[in-house]
Ligand binder design. Structure first.
Ligand code: HEM
Length: 401
């Protein structure tokens, strides 16, 4: 018998070693069993760049958790009662219809127009920081995406505080496959509050010409097909849960990589035109989303490993990003790395809708830090990683000016 391979909970941040540093386990798995039939979760866990990319781009693969087998891991994401599915968990044609309706607001061009406003928000947040030691997450990384999306949706500024609090609570549980009863109860209250807020905002926009994102969704018509109120509510929720924490974690993980590698911080400060490449390297080096996945549409084999119809296939984006076959010397953080092919935004039909926005927010946040805090270093109070399976980010990250 060989050594037991990491499986189940050991491949989530609920495991202490994985939470501190997931990459040694992922390297081990990629070397020993790149397509791993996980005995604990009964899913198939893939770690090679070529496999992850192929699975995510495969048009036959499914995302709707209701199509997963009974008791399969993906079933945990199936909606309850009359809850609407969001596009992340839909298959075509419904997926395409919904995605096309919100797509326009997130094109690289539309987002580039928002860059000056995003820069302004970054500097407002940096200007409000007091003291020599501060928590980068609470001061900048968490509020930035929340303010940006609230403004895009058209939420009134007086409601931003509540909006952020509810969306944080709701998001923490949304992707957590193992929430506690208390977390579930709190998330339900937060979600009800948010949905009430969204329904009020939607009602206000009926019959108006408001050009924010909620207004655009209310008016959107494709093939004569309008979005129902509940569909708009569901898309608003998805933008929060998919966009806020992930962007927070990009900024947190990215700045941590710079502080852990002072030579790279110096390189970027000396040549800020590297910023676009540096943010791609941050996404590769320590991706906010560590796993994505699909559901097998039929019985099949992946690299000799049998996969059953309706079984979950987990694609480890974190492992793919550190695959030495694609990224030489993968554990090195190099802001000038050439030919970065990270999988951090997934791929194929479900490729992250918000990627252009996340990139601009990440770039502006790091540029703002370089300008205001060029001597930034680790603070005395350290950092704490969160333990939401599939994700990687910090709840606190103390830095010193
Ligand atoms: C660094 C930040 C972000 C990361 C790492 C990230 C990552 C991802 C990943 C891995 C997926 C699934 C892709 C797949 O399975 O193929 C995804 C989907 C999605 N993301 Fe992001 N995301 C980020 C920011 C955002 C932002 C800012 C928004 C919007 C405000 C957003 C909206 C979405 C949406 C709507 C989907 C579902 C797309 C679909 O199913 O067609 N994301 N994202």
């Amino acid at each position: 018998m060989g050594e037991k391979l990491p499986s189940g909970i050991e491949l989530t941040p609920l495991d202490d070693a994985y939470r501190a540093d997931p990459y040694p386990k992922l390297h081990k798995l990629r070397t020993a069993a790149p397509v791993h039939a996980d005995p604990d979760f009964a899913n198939v866990f893939t770690t090679r760049h070529q496999d992850v990319q192929k699975i995510l781009r495969d048009k036959e693969m499914l995302s709707d958790p209701r199509k997963a087998s009974e008791n399969d891991l993906s079933r945990r994401f199936a909606p309850e009662g009359d809850q609407q599915l969001s596009m992340l968990f839909m298959d075509d044609p419904d997926h395409r219809r919904l995605r096309n309706l919100v797509n326009k607001a997130f094109t690289p061009r539309a987002v580039e127009d928002m860059r000056p406003r995003i820069r302004q928000i970054v500097f407002d947040l940096l200007d409000a920081i007091e003291g020599q030691e501060f928590d980068l997450i609470a001061s900048l990384a968490a509020p930035l995406p929340s303010i940006v999306i609230a403004e895009m949706l058209g939420i009134d500024a007086s409601k931003h505080h509540d909006f952020k609090e509810w969306s944080d609570i709701s998001t923490d549980v949304f992707f957590n496959m193992f929430p506690t009863d208390d977390q579930i109860a709190q998330a339900e209250i937060a979600r009800d509050n948010l949905n009430t807020l969204f329904r009020e905002e939607i009602d206000k926009r009926r019959g108006t010409n408001s050009n924010d994102l909620i207004g655009a969704m209310v008016r959107a018509e494709e093939d004569g097909d309008c979005l129902s109120t509940e569909e708009v509510v569901s898309q608003c929720n998805l933008l929060l849960v998919a966009g806020n924490v992930t962007t927070t974690d990009l900024i947190g993980n990215g700045v941590k990589a710079l502080l852990d590698h002072p030579d790279q911080f110096e390189k970027l400060k000396a040549d800020p035109t590297l910023i676009e490449n540096a943010v791609e390297e941050m996404l590769r080096f320590d991706s906010p989303v560590v796993n994505s996945g699909r559901i097998a549409p039929q019985d099949m084999e992946l690299d000799g490993c049998p996969v059953h119809k309706g079984q979950s296939i987990t694609t480890s984006l974190g492992a793919a990003n550190r695959d030495p076959a694609v990224h030489p010397n993968p554990d090195a953080f190099d802001v000038a790395r050439q030919n970065i092919q990270h999988q951090s935004f997934g791929g194929g039909r479900h490729f992250c809708l918000g990627a252009p926005l996340a990139r601009v927010e990440g770039q502006e946040a790091v540029l703002g830090i370089i300008e205001r805090y060029p001597n930034l270093r680790h603070g005395d109070r350290g950092h704490t990683y969160k333990s939401v399976p599939g994700f990687r980010g910090m709840s606190e990250f103390w830095v010193h000016a």
